[in-house]
Design a protein around this ligand. Structure first.
Ligand SMILES: Nc1ncnc2c1ncn2[C@@H]1O[C@H](COP(=O)(O)OP(=O)(O)OP(=O)(O)O)[C@@H](O)[C@H]1O
Length: 280
C-alpha cells in the first residue's frame, strides 16, 4: 500500500520547491465514458484544464455534467477513458494519496468517537499512537471542535459533523482538498459559517481546493477560478478568473456592479435545462 504523506509538502508554513512549481493538477484531453443499457455514453469529453497549487477552484454546472466524475479521477478512484490526469507533475495511475476527499455525505462511522473518526486514515497507515493523537488534536482544534473529541457523531450537530469530515480530510496533510458539494445540505446560516471557516483554513494553509457547487454565489465568494461545466456531453465550457478582492463579503459583493456583471455573465453560461440525458 502506498504511503499517505503525513507531512505533505504543501502543508502549513511550507513553501513549494522548484520541482513543485507546476500546476497541482493538469487534466489533458480527459474523457470518460460509462456503459448505459446496451451502449456507452460520454459523461465527460476532452477536458483540458490546469489547476494551480494553492488556488481555490470551484466547479459549477448542472446535474450530470461530470463534475463528480472529474473529482473521482482527481482522486485516482476512476481512470480516464482517454487522456491523462497529472498530479504535481506525475501521471496518476491509481489512488491519489495526496488528496483529501470530502463528499456531500459525511460518512462518519457512528460507533467511533470524533477523535477515532478523524484519525482513521492514520490508524490504517499505522502511524504511531503519540504522533496520531497529536495530529488529530491539531486538526480538531483547527476546525473549531476542541473539547468534543470524545463525542460520537450522533452527539454532534449538523455543522459539527461537517467540521468533523473536514478534519478527517485534513488529518494527513494532503496538498489538495477535493470537496463535492460539502455544504449543499446545510441551512443558509450554517452554510455561511462553514464557508467562512473554510476560507480561514485555506488562507492559513494554502492547500489547493477543488470545490463542487451548484450555487453561483458560493462559487464567486470562494474561488480564484470558476470552471463552468456544460452537458450533452459533459464538458468544460468556460473558465473564469475571479477578479474580486479578498476578504469577500457576499452582502457587499451583491451591491457591486462588477459582481452583478460577472454573476449575470456566468449565469447565462450555465445550462438551466433538465438534468443531462445519457446519450452517446
Ligand atoms: N459509475 C458510473 N457508471 C455509470 N454512469 C455513471 C457513473 N458515474 C457517473 N455516471 C453518469 O455520468 C454522468 C455524470 O455524473 P456525475 O456524477 O459526474 O455528474 P455531476 O455533474 O457530478 O452531477 P451532480 O451535480 O448531480 O452531482 C451522469 O449521467 C451519471 O449518471
Amino acid at each position: 500500500m502506498s504511503k499517505i504523506p503525513l507531512t505533505g509538502t504543501a502543508g502549513p508554513g511550507k513553501t513549494a520547491t522548484s520541482a513543485e512549481k507546476g500546476p497541482e493538477f493538469s487534466f489533458q484531453k480527459v474523457s470518460r465514458k460509462f456503459r448505459s443499457g446496451d451502449g456507452e455514453f460520454t459523461a465527460l469529453e476532452s477536458v483540458d484544464l490546469d489547476i494551480e497549487s494553492g488556488s481555490f477552484v470551484c466547479f459549477i454546472g448542472p446535474s450530470g455534467c461530470g463534475k463528480t466524475t472529474l473529482l473521482n479521477m482527481s482522486a485516482g478512484l476512476l481512470a480516464p477513458s482517454e487522456g491523462a490526469v497529472y498530479f504535481r507533475g506525475k501521471r496518476l495511475n491509481g489512488v491519489n494519496t495526496g488528496v483529501g476527499f470530502i463528499t456531500q455525505h459525511d460518512n462518519l462511522l457512528p460507533w467511533r468517537t470524533l477523535e477515532k473518526n478523524v484519525g482513521i486514515a492514520l490508524e490504517i497507515e499505522k502511524v504511531p499512537r503519540k504522533e496520531r493523537r497529536q495530529r488529530v488534536a491539531e486538526v480538531i482544534e483547527l476546525v473549531g471542535l476542541k473539547g468534543f473529541a470524545q463525542r460520537y457523531p450522533s452527539q454532534l450537530s449538523g455543522g459539527m459533523q461537517k467540521r468533523a469530515s473536514l478534519a478527517r480530510g485534513l488529518v494527513y496533510n494532503p496538498s489538495t482538498l477535493l470537496m463535492d458539494e460539502p455544504f449543499g445540505a446545510l441551512d443558509a446560516q450554517l452554510r455561511f459559517t462553514m464557508q467562512k471557516e473554510l476560507l480561514r483554513i485555506w488562507e492559513r494553509d494554502r492547500k489547493t481546493i477543488i470545490f463542487v457547487t451548484h450555487d453561483l454565489d458560493e462559487a464567486l465568494l470562494l474561488a480564484d477560478k470558476v470552471v463552468v461545466f456544460g452537458t450533452r456531453p459533459g464538458r468544460v465550457v468556460h473558465v473564469e478568473d475571479v477578479p474580486l478582492e479578498r476578504p469577500r463579503d457576499l452582502a457587499e459583493l451583491r451591491l457591486s456592479p462588477v459582481y452583478g456583471e460577472l454573476w449575470e455573465r456566468l449565469w447565462k453560461l450555465l445550462d438551466h435545462s433538465s438534468p443531462a440525458k445519457e446519450t452517446s
